[in-house]
Design a protein around this ligand. Structure first.
Ligand code: SER
Length: 571
């Protein structure tokens, strides 16, 4: 059975049980408290908490999906037999539709009958008396009902309790299925809501308590790679048809471990690039840079990108559509890397030992990521740990944040939102006009260049606005003119600018644009300009667009791979 057949079988099976097939959500979650989508349930969080209505949105209380996911916590383990950054997760979900009995019976059916596999054993939650959560005897009985001979083991909160993801969310006990010695399916009974993070829940020191969830529901997750491994009877995930073509395309002088790292990182890079992530020193971009530079240090040609795209194009046609953008992101980062790499490697040679401090200096000055320093300097960096490196990174970030506050704070600014700066009332008025102009240009950019264009940064002074957005090529003069014209038409129409306070999730659902790299509070302000533009924003804005004046784009340039910048003024 090929991986494509496994995906299809899974979707069809649950569709036949009344589940609505829902497409994967983005790898970049709308929940600002997490960097990447790590599980299929993330896009469904509001259906468990009662903030959204599954019947209304899907026409069913049950859904099934194959979710693009990314986990970076085990990035240092990649190269062994089982760890990955990017993976796909098969999952069936219910928001008040069915409960443990059906979830267990269907899982058993799918694994044993549909796939013909033998279950070694299953685990159920042993309970947590301190939080008044009893052992999951019900699941134990239900397993015995579907197969009286099945082995059921009990497991602790570390293994058999899911969530919450991010800063709070649905969570609950799990039951897990093991085949050929590996865990392949995690079935979560989301019955609680925890108003804190998983760490707080596990360390038990917080005074927050588990609450009952509005809609108890089912959330299951089964990694496609691992499932393919057991279905295809392979010794590890890298021998499955999801990886074999990619691994086989690599030069033979690499050892197996290195080949696996390249295969994993190139998959992650291609999928991230296809969603508009570009390498940078922050958040998702920083992860991207680390993945890319590790591959680049090994002199891998960009043919690897086509290998990945070929493996996935039938399921993810957007990869083909974005092929050129992905290649551009790769070649631009490669140019940058080549420029600094040689100097960095020379510096590394000169060092007798590499500790966290010198490793961070190498990163800061030459862009050598931690993994690469470890790979190249071997014995010299024996004592270097990820924790110590991250600690240096954090110290550096705190220092530069303090520096930025001092820089702006000392000049008597009356407004400094990070995006908007003004020193007196008059400057504030001008910056406010430019701020509304920024929203108009953002909307116009998307109308002219495509809805996948999104904000990558913004900075407004009383003189000009600066707006960064993801796009991989230079804009033509005609496009610039069209964008300017559209924005100015909106000025002429004298649209009212209105503000509305909403829950973050509702704001996104209403179609308001957000800048996902920002951390938004649960309640946000949404500014609308007629039906021309709608964005999550802290303000301030003019009250109607004629106040903005004539908008003029004065410059268009590249800032980094895949990110363009326009500067504009208002007259
Ligand atoms: N949320 C659970 C997991 O990711 C089940 O989908 O393992």
């Amino acid at each position: 059975m090929t991986h494509s057949e496994i995906r299809e079988k899974f979707l069809k099976f649950f569709e036949s049980k009344g589940h609505k097939i829902v497409p994967s959500s983005s790898l970049l979650p709308t929940d600002p408290s997490v960097l990447f989508t790590t599980a299929g349930m993330q896009q469904f969080k509001p259906y468990y908490t009662g903030e959204a209505d599954a019947m209304k949105d899907f026409g069913s209380l049950n859904t099934v999906s194959i979710q693009k996911s990314m986990r970076t916590s085990d990035i240092d383990e990649v190269g062994d037999e089982s760890h990955l950054t990017f993976f796909e997760m098969l999952g069936n979900f219910s928001f008040g539709g069915y409960w443990k009995e059906a979830a267990i019976a269907w899982a058993h059916d799918f694994i044993t009958r549909e796939l013909g596999l033998k279950i070694d054993y299953v685990t159920v939650f042993e309970g947590l008396p301190s939080a008044n959560v009893p052992a999951d005897e019900e699941s134990e009985l239900l397993w015995k009902e579907v197969d009286p001979k099945i082995i059921v083991k009990r497991a602790s909160i570390q293994d058999n309790f899911w969530g919450p993801t991010g800063s709070e969310g649905p969570c609950g006990p799990t039951t897990e299925i093991y085949v050929d010695g590996v865990e392949i399916w995690n079935i979560v009974f989301n019955e609680f809501f925890y108003p804190g993070s998983r760490e707080e829940l596990l360390n038990g020191k917080s005074d927050k308590n588990l609450e009952n969830l509005k809609t108890a529901g089912i959330d299951t997750g089964m990694g496609l790679e691992r499932l393919a491994m057991v279905v295809q009877r392979k010794k590890n995930i890298f021998e499955t048809d999801l990886f074999e073509p990619i691994i086989n395309s690599l030069p033979n002088h690499f050892d197996l471990r290195t080949k696996r790292v390249i295969a994993d990182h190139s998959r992650a890079m291609v999928f991230l690039a296809s969603e508009g992530v570009t390498p940078s020193n922050k958040e998702q971009g920083y992860v991207m840079r680390r993945l890319m530079r590790r591959i680049m240090a090994l002199n891998i040609s960009n043919d690897i990108i086509d290998q990945v795209i070929n493996t996935y194009a039938s399921r993810y046609p957007e990869l083909l559509v974005r092929r050129n953008e992905i290649l551009t992101v790769y070649s631009e980062e490669l140019n940058k890397f080549n420029k600094t790499l040689r100097n960095g490697l020379n510096e590394l040679k000169r060092l007798e030992a590499v500790d966290a401090h010198s490793a961070f200096k190498l990163y800061e000055s030459f862009g050598l990521p931690y993994e690469l320093i470890k790979d190249i300097s071997k014995d010299k960096a024996k004592s270097l740990t990820r924790e110590a490196f991250d600690e240096e990174f954090k110290k550096h970030q705190e220092k530069s944040r303090a520096g930025a506050e001092k820089k702006f704070g000392g000049h008597g600014l009356i407004l400094d939102t990070g995006e908007l700066k003004a020193g007196n009332e008059e400057e504030l008025k001008k910056a406010t006009r430019l701020h509304t102009a920024t929203h108009l240009l953002h909307a116009a950019l998307r109308k002219v260049l495509g809805a996948e264009v999104h904000q990558a940064g913004s900075d407004i002074t009383p003189e000009r606005l600066r707006f960064d957005f993801n796009f991989t090529r230079k804009l033509t003069p005609e496009e610039i003119k069209k964008i300017e014209d559209l924005a100015n038409e909106a000025v002429k129409k004298d649209y009212k600018v209105t503000k509305e306070e909403m829950a973050y999730e509702d704001a996104l659902r209403s179609g308001a644009l957000a800048f996902f790299r920002l951390k938004y509070p649960p309640k946000v302000n949404v500014y609308s300009v007629g039906d021309f533009s709608k964005e999550l924003c802290g303000g301030p804005h003019v009250s109607s667009t004629s106040e903005v004046g004539k908008i003029k784009i004065v410059k268009e340039e590249a800032v980094s791979a895949g990110v363009r910048r326009i500067r504009a003024i208002v007259e």
